[in-house]
Design a protein around this ligand. Structure first.
Ligand SMILES: *Cc1c(COP(=O)(O)O)cnc(C)c1O
Length: 226
């Protein structure tokens, strides 16, 4: 994928987000696009930056650190979202580099997270990841445990808990899952709902998404990692 294609894709997605928002009576500005750059090289990310888009998502901490440390130095207005499962031993690195960690998904992460915040003096915004499809292979707190978990997180991290994030199961119509995720956000008055990817972001917007995470529709099919 060359620069021109990436920038054309980006324009198209931004336009589609606007149209989806207007169709359901929402303000386009209320929906943020997170450009998911996982597995894509710095050159591809740079062409998005050159097109004045600065919000990115990465799902592996190590990869995020390698690619974004120099990019953030050159462009301090980058907003980096961590959107992949976080091993406890990577939480410090995540806190150091991320503006938003979208994948707070288990009680065992909370104390290491607190320690990392205390150590760095930095606190990213935090989203609770909910396993809305109740899929064993996916991260996220189960819906049946989510209320208790969200309440625990709110008690410990207060207003840093900004939202919820989820991924509907492949092959199912996503809307009921999006609605379920949105309900958790509304119940706790959390402002952010991160849902919707390349294939289903328009449905997600209809269901109330405030962030959509779009990768392949911007960057093309992901290069296979070797
Ligand atoms: C890869 C990924 C995306 C982007 O998926 P596309 O289908 O390429 O748009 C969004 N969210 C998460 C959590 C991801 O891991």
């Amino acid at each position: 994928m060359n620069d021109i294609n990436i920038q054309q894709n980006l324009d198209k997605i931004i336009q589609n987000i606007e149209q989806a928002a207007l169709r359901c009576g929402r303000q386009p500005n209320d929906i943020q696009l997170v450009a998911v750059s996982k597995f894509n090289p710095i050159t591809a990310i740079q062409s998005v930056i050159d097109h004045h888009h600065f919000t990115f998502g990465e799902n592996r901490i190590q990869e995020a650190k390698e690619k974004f440390t120099p990019l953030i130095e050159a462009h301090p207005n980058i907003q980096l979202h961590i959107i992949g499962a976080i091993q406890t031993n990577k939480i410090l690195d995540a806190v150091k580099i991320a503006n938003v960690i979208e994948t707070i998904d288990r009680v065992a992460l909370l104390n290491p997270l607190q320690k990392a915040i205390d150590k760095t003096g930095r606190c990213p915004n935090l989203f609770i990841q909910i396993n809305i499809g109740q899929e064993p292979q996916k991260a996220g707190i189960l819906p049946s445990e989510a209320n208790e978990f969200i309440e625990l997180c709110l008690k410990q991290f207060g207003c840093k808990i900004q939202g919820v994030m989820g991924i509907p199961p492949v092959g199912h119509h996503p809307v009921p899952y999006f609605q379920q995720l949105a309900k958790f956000a509304h119940h706790y008055d959390l402002p952010e709902i991160s849902m919707g990817m390349s294939a289903d972001f328009e449905d997600a917007i209809t269901c109330g998404a405030t962030l959509v995470r779009v990768g392949s529709a911007i960057f093309g099919d992901r290069p296979v990692k070797i």
